[in-house]
Design a protein around this ligand. Structure first.
Ligand SMILES: NC(=O)N[C@@H](CC(=O)O)C(=O)O
Ligand SMILES: [Zn+2]
Ligand SMILES: [Zn+2]
Length: 429
C-alpha cells in the first residue's frame, strides 16, 4: 500500500513538531514514526500541516472555453494551491443546468484525479433566471450536486428565488447567490465611489449587493432554506449577514482573497486585470471584510478563480471580461491579510479554507480533523517562505493574476488527496 511520511510538521501550527504517517488514504500514525520501507518521505521541519483546502467557488471553463481553462489545468492549479476539493461553477457553455453536463464535469474531474471536482448546478435553465432547472435530477445524478448557483448572474426575480429556496429544502441542498440587483448595475464598470467618478466609469453601488442579500436572507428564513452568499464585497453586506445570523437564518457566506487584499485604488492603471465582479471596493470595506471573516460572520474564503483569455483581458476596460485567477494564490493572500495581521491563526485558516466550506457543501471526507483514522486530505504549508507571483508560471492555462510580480508570504509545499501526493513544491505529481 502507498505510504507517505510527513516528518516534523506542526499540526495547525500548534504544539511540538510530529511525524504523520499516511497509509493508503488514511492518517495511520501521528507522533514519532520510523520511516517504513518504501515510504515517500516529506521533510517538513518548520512547516504547518492543515486539512486540504475546499473551494466553494471555482470557474473551470470546461465545457465551452477550454482555451482559457480545462478541468485538468484547473485541477492542477487547485492541487498546487493546496486544494483537495473544488466546486465548479455552472456558467459554462453549455450551462451545467442538467444531469448530462454535471455528470460530465464530475467524471472528467475523477479521471484527472488531482482534486475532487464537484459540479455546481444552475438554479435556472441557461442561467436566464426565468425557469427553474431540474435541481432534483442533478442532485440525484451520479454527480450528487449539493450546491446550486446561477453565478455570473443574480437570481433576481424574487418569485424564482423563493421557489428555488423552497425546493432546495426537500433536497437538502444549498442555493448560492451572486448578489447583484441588475437594475442597479446597468453598465457598471467599477465600485461606485470617488475613484469610479474620477476615471469616468459607471458605478456598481454597494446597495446592489446588500439589497439582494437582505432580500434573500428574508426569503431563506421564511422557506427554512439554506442560502449561501457568493463573494461578499462590502461592509454593509457583513452587517446584513450579522443581523440575519443573529435571528437564526440559515445563511453562510464567502469572501474572495482579492476582496481581502485589493482596493479600487488599483484602477489607476486602467489595467483590466483588476476588473472583477463584484468590483474591488474601498479600504474600509476591505478592513470590515477581514474583521467579519475573523469573527465568523463571513464563514469562509472562496477563490472565485475566473480564468480569461488574453484577448478578453488585454483590451479596453469596458470591453474586458470581469474575473481574476485565485486558486494558486489564495493561501498566500490569506496569510498576508489574516495571519500576518494577527486576525487568524493557522487553526483559523483551517476553519475558513477547509472545515467550514466542507460543512456548507456537506462533504463528509473533507475538512476533517488531523487525527489517526481520518482521510488523508492534506495541505502542507511553509509559513516562513515567500514567493513571487508570475502568471505565466502558474498551472492555470490563463495568466490573469492581479498579483503579478508581487512577493507573497507562505508557500504550499505539498498537497495530498486521499493519501496520494498530488502536488509538491509547486509542481503536479
Ligand atoms: N467574478 C467574475 O468577475 N467573473 C466570473 C463570474 C462571477 O463570479 O460572477 C466569471 O465567470 O468570469
Ligand atoms: Zn459571481
Ligand atoms: Zn464566480
Amino acid at each position: 500500500m502507498n505510504q507517505v511520511l510527513i516528518k516534523g510538521a506542526r499540526l495547525y501550527g500548534e504544539g511540538d513538531p510530529v511525524d504523520v504517517l499516511v497509509t493508503g488514504g488514511t492518517i495511520a500514525e501521528v507522533g514519532e514514526v520510523d520511516v517504513p520501507e518504501g515510504a515517500e518521505v516529506i521533510e517538513a521541519a518548520g512547516q504547518v500541516l492543515l486539512p486540504g483546502f475546499v473551494d466553494l467557488h471555482t470557474h473551470l471553463r470546461e465545457p465551452g472555453r477550454e482555451d482559457t481553462e480545462t478541468i485538468e489545468t484547473g485541477s492542477a492549479a487547485a492541487a498546487v494551491g493546496g486544494y483537495t476539493a473544488v466546486f465548479a461553477m455552472a456558467n459554462t457553455d453549455p450551462v451545467a443546468d442538467n444531469s448530462v453536463i454535471v455528470e460530465h464535469v464530475w467524471r472528467r474531474g475523477r479521471e484527472t484525479g488531482l482534486v475532487d471536482v464537484h459540479p455546481v448546478g444552475a438554479v435556472t435553465v441557461g442561467l436566464k433566471g426565468e425557469r427553474l432547472a431540474e435541481l432534483g435530477t442533478m442532485a440525484k445524478s451520479a454527480a450528487g450536486v449539493r450546491v446550486f448557483s446561477d453565478d455570473g448572474h443574480c437570481v433576481h426575480d424574487p418569485l424564482i428565488m423563493r421557489r428555488a429556496l423552497e425546493y432546495s429544502t426537500a433536497l437538502d441542498v444549498v442555493i448560492a447567490q451572486h448578489a447583484e440587483e441588475p437594475r442597479l448595475t446597468v453598465g457598471a464598470q467599477a465600485h461606485e465611489g470617488e475613484q469610479a467618478s474620477r476615471l469616468g466609469y459607471a458605478g456598481w453601488p454597494a446597495s446592489a449587493e446588500e439589497s439582494i442579500v437582505a432580500r434573500d436572507c428574508i426569503l431563506a428564513r421564511h422557506a427554512g432554506a439554506r442560502l449561501h452568499v457568493c463573494h461578499v464585497s462590502t461592509a454593509g453586506t457583513a452587517d446584513v449577514l450579522r443581523w440575519a445570523k443573529d435571528r437564526g437564518t440559515r445563511v453562510s457566506a464567502e469572501v474572495t482573497p482579492h476582496h481581502l487584499l485589493l482596493t479600487d485604488e488599483r484602477l489607476d492603471t486602467y489595467d483590466p486585470v483588476n476588473k472583477v465582479n463584484p468590483p474591488l471596493r474601498g479600504g474600509t470595506d476591505v478592513e470590515k471584510l477581514r474583521a467579519a471573516l475573523a469573527e465568523g460572520v463571513i464563514d469562509c474564503v472562496a477563490t472565485d478563480h475566473a480564468p480569461h483569455a488574453p484577448q478578453d483581458k488585454d483590451c479596453e476596460w469596458a470591453a474586458a471580461r470581469p474575473g481574476m485567477l485565485g486558486l494558486q494564490t489564495a493561501l498566500s493572500v490569506v496569510a498576508a491579510t489574516m495571519v500576518e495581521t494577527g486576525l487568524l491563526d493557522w487553526r483559523g485558516v483551517a476553519k475558513v479554507m477547509s472545515e467550514r466550506p466542507a460543512e456548507i457543501a456537506g462533504l463528509p471526507d473533507q475538512g476533517r480533523p488531523l487525527a489517526v483514522g481520518e482521510p488523508a486530505n492534506l495541505a502542507l504549508v511553509d509559513p516562513g517562505a515567500q514567493w513571487t507571483v508570475r502568471g505565466a508560471e502558474l498551472a492555470s492555462l490563463a495568466a490573469n493574476t492581479p498579483y503579478e510580480g508581487m512577493r507573497l508570504p507562505a508557500v504550499v509545499t505539498a498537497t495530498l488527496l486521499r493519501g496520494r501526493v498530488t502536488a509538491r513544491e509547486g509542481k503536479i505529481c
